[in-house]
Write a protein that binds this ligand. Structure first.
Ligand code: NAD
Ligand code: MG
Length: 388
């Protein structure tokens, strides 16, 4: 790889954050760690900061600041705390900022990194779903590149002819189908959070694991893809491919279809983005197609997985709809993980919030936060009424 890059990792203690750290630590000459951030995992953050000799560690939860200071005493790592401090670290101008916070909580830090002119390695799909138009516009104005880490979008990015996009006719996102691919609605009714987080192919954070089980993840990815690749909504298709070997495909006008393949290990797309435009070594398992033997494909079932249809409708309608969809989903997923609502209630709550709340299009970031907040309040209200 060429020159050493300065790297900040937002959400360093999470699944994507840890995979990023693993690759950075295997290549200490290639990356200089500027800042690492986390929400409340002091131990994980302090450990990562010491190992990488990060300049700065930021904990979102201010009540954990003293614990972080204690954990990093004598290490030379500067400590700060709070949501503002995360934005400051994000906006400190690293060459590359890995956006791996989960949820709309990542919007402000990503915007701060864009404003600072850093290249964005984007895993935090919710920020793009919620604030996509404003975010891509800010990036365009600043001349900032947003590089997709999400495996599907990374695959598309690798197959996409960026110089001649007019030759592309459609984009096909693959979906594993999640842990309940073959289940009936009746079987899904009594699913527990413990069962729902067990993904057949990928090991991920709790929220995205639940999204993968409802297929909301694929719905969020549709909206994410629309912002990143800009084709008309109807040119984005989804195919269920249970082995998660083909990560997505790009179809050209002449009928050629390009795909990116690899083992289901997030370190592969993360490495692609860390090294981009070069390539780097990874310890990831190599693809053995003869051993895999066969690849299967099927149409997604929007009757058993209504979240997918809700997300597609939100993508087509645009405006405030994706932000509402995302906020209601975040609240519903958190409630499901806390045992407050059932698995099938997640999509039901999202649909109900979209039914009752229909504000005008957001024009600025504060509009997004207002819409996000109101959608969350509607979701909480509906869940309380349901519980009563
Ligand atoms: P995770 O739950 O494992 O980690 C989330 C990270 O964000 C943690 O470091 C946590 O401390 C931090 N965080 C959480 N809430 C925060 C807040 N309010 N303020 C500041 N920091 C906060 O999540 P993950 O699975 O690593 O996913 C991260 C993002 O990447 C998500 O948007 C997810 O959709 C996306 N993504 C993940 C994977 C994967 O394999 N895990 C794949 C593709 C995309
Ligand atoms: Mg994905």
């Amino acid at each position: 790889m060429s020159a050493r890059k300065s790297l900040t990792i937002l959400g360093a203690t999470g699944s994507v954050g840890q995979s990023t750290l693993d690759l950075a630590m295997r290549n200490p000459d290639a990356f200089e760690i500027v800042a690492l951030t986390a929400h409340c995992d002091v131990e994980g953050l302090a450990d990562a900061a010491r190992k990488t000799r990060a300049k700065q560690a930021v904990i979102g939860n201010v009540d954990r600041k003293a614990a972080l200071e204690e954990a990093l005493a004598g290490s030379g790592v500067a400590v700060s705390a709070g949501a503002e401090a995360i934005c400051d670290a994000a906006g400190a101008g690293a060459d590359l900022v890995m956006a791996a916070i989960v949820g709309a909580a990542g919007i402000r830090p990503v915007m701060a990194a864009i404003e600072a002119g850093s290249t964005i390695a984007l895993a935090n799909k919710e920020s793009l779903v919620s604030a996509g138009s404003l975010m891509t516009e800010a990036a365009r104005k600043k001349g900032v590149t947003i590089l997709p880490v999400d495996s599907e979008h990374n695959a598309i990015f690798q197959c996409f002819d960026h110089d001649r996009p007019e030759g592309i006719s459609s984009i096909i996102l693959t979906a594993s189908g999640g842990p309940f691919r073959e289940w009936t609605r009746e079987q899904m009714r009594s699913v527990t959070p413990e069962r729902a987080v067990q993904h057949p192919n990928w090991s991920m954070g709790a929220k995205i694991s639940i999204d993968s089980a409802t297929l909301m993840n694929k719905g969020l990815e549709l909206i994410e893809a629309k912002h990143l690749f800009g084709l008309p909504a109807e040119d984005f298709r989804i195919v269920v491919h249970r082995q998660s070997v083909i990560h997505s495909l790009v179809e050209y006008r002449d009928g050629s279809v390009l795909a990116q393949l690899g083992s289901p290990d997030m370190r592969i797309p993360i490495a692609h983005i860390l090294a981009w435009p070069d390539r780097m070594e990874t310890p990831c398992e190599r693809l053995n197609l003869a051993e895999i033997g066969r690849l299967d494909f099927e149409e997604p079932d929007t009757e058993r997985f209504p979240a997918l249809a809700l997300a597609r409708a939100a993508m087509e309608a645009g405006g405030a709809r994706p932000a509402i969809l995302n906020a209601a989903n975040e609240e519903a997923v958190a409630a499901f993980l806390a045992g407050r609502i059932g698995f099938l209630d997640i999509a039901m709550i999202v649909e109900a919030v979209l039914d009752v709340y229909d504000p005008g299009s957001p024009q600025q970031l504060d509009d997004i936060f207002a819409i996000d907040g109101a959608a969350r309040a509607y979701a909480q209200d509906l869940m309380e009424k349901q519980a009563a």
